[in-house]
Design a protein around this ligand. Structure first.
Ligand SMILES: Nc1ncnc2c1ncn2[C@@H]1O[C@H](COP(=O)(O)OP(=O)(O)OP(=O)(O)O)[C@@H](O)[C@H]1O
Ligand SMILES: O=P(O)(O)OC[C@H]1O[C@](O)(CO)[C@@H](O)[C@@H]1O
Length: 308
């Protein structure tokens, strides 16, 4: 996020536009936690994880009264346009806010989950995948030397975008994702088939939102069905949300930050800046919120082939 904030600030200043940072998202907007940002405020930030603006959820912004207070703060500070970084919820709020109060807003896709329509990748996703994969590589050493079956849970809320590259890159036998139904019986069958082929260790990547349950639940059910299997569970957790951003994320965040500000300056509003097939695109919030980014089915096939 920091790399995106930095790009937004520097682009605005480059075009002679005054820029303010709003602390803690809509919550800080309502409370007037608004600070003027100059170029030094974002110096030494491109390589840092997290966000200097902090992050918070705001129940109050979902109410008309809360949004009125937010608007009053913008008027008070003379702010005429907004760049919002976030996911579906952030854009839903921004769209409503713009409809009610006419403040032009451009969005930047900021979530590790990569589940946003209108961009191939979201800011933070590549870093999260690399972090999870690094952990999986280490887990594999134990799986291999101790002949164990590891069930590794990765983040992604209701999506399997993090799980899939982790499964392919981590050499997993099975991946469980919310977008695709896969019965527990089929998981058990695949593990049994592997055992018949004298396979001694297994890696199953489970997206946290999978229909069959989280990694702990799935592992317990598998253990019940195959008691001989030495089963372990690892939940990778919030380390996926932090750390220095990858090169790809720094580049993406910088491109999007520039595009968001230049979009606003050029009169765009209620759109999200994204990159599709390496090209900059602006997608209406309406589509980002309502449409689903389809899962690449060829990736699922790859896992099946590569685990043979
Ligand atoms: N229906 C809505 N109306 C008004 N504001 C909303 C609405 N939904 C969400 N928001 C505002 O947007 C904020 C961010 O939404 P949310 O918590 O869903 O995160 P997000 O942007 O989807 O990112 P992520 O879930 O990936 O962290 C909420 O705290 C809330 O203030
Ligand atoms: O830190 P919290 O509030 O528990 O949220 C965790 C969720 O946020 C994300 O990290 C990003 O949306 C999801 O992958 C995860 O389900």
């Amino acid at each position: 996020m920091n790399a995106c904030v930095r790009a937004v600030v520097r682009t605005a200043l480059y075009h002679g536009v005054e820029v303010y940072g709003i602390m803690r998202g809509y919550s800080g907007l309502i409370k007037g936690e608004i600070v003027r940002l100059d170029t030094t405020a974002v110096a030494n930030m491109v390589q840092r994880g997290g966000t200097l603006l902090k992050s918070a959820r705001s129940q109050k912004f979902t109410t008309r009264e809360g949004r009125q207070e937010a608007y009053n703060q913008l008027v008070h500070h003379g702010i005429e346009g907004l760049v919002v970084i976030g996911g579906n919820g952030t854009f839903t709020g921004a769209q409503l806010f713009e409809q009610e109060f006419g403040i032009p807003t451009v969005g930047a896709p900021g979530t590790i989950d990569n589940d946003l329509y209108g961009t191939d990748y979201t800011i933070g996703y590549d870093t999260a995948v690399n972090t999870a994969l690094e952990a999986i590589d280490k887990i594999r050493d134990t799986a291999d030397s101790h002949d164990r079956a590891f069930f590794v849970e990765v983040m992604g809320r209701d999506s399997g975008y993090i799980a899939i590259p982790c499964a392919i890159g981590g050499g997993a036998e099975i991946v469980l994702v919310p977008e695709q139904e896969q019965s527990l019986e089929s998981v058990i069958d695949m593990l049994q088939a592997g055992r018949k082929r004298q396979k001694s260790s297994f890696l199953v990547v489970v997206a946290e939102g999978d229909e069959e349950g989280n990694a702990t639940t799935v592992a317990a059910k598998v253990k019940e069905a195959i008691p001989e299997l030495d089963v372990r569970v690892t939940v990778i957790g919030h380390i996926q949300r932090g750390g220095a951003p990858s090169a790809a994320d720094r580049l993406l965040a910088s491109q999007i930050g520039i595009a968001a500000v230049e979009g606003l300056i050029n009169g765009m509003h209620s759109v999200m800046a994204g990159i599709i097939d390496r090209k900059l695109v602006y997608t209406p919030f309406e589509d980002c919120i309502k449409r689903k980014k389809p899962l690449n089915q060829s990736f699922m096939r790859m896992i099946e082939i590569l685990s043979t």
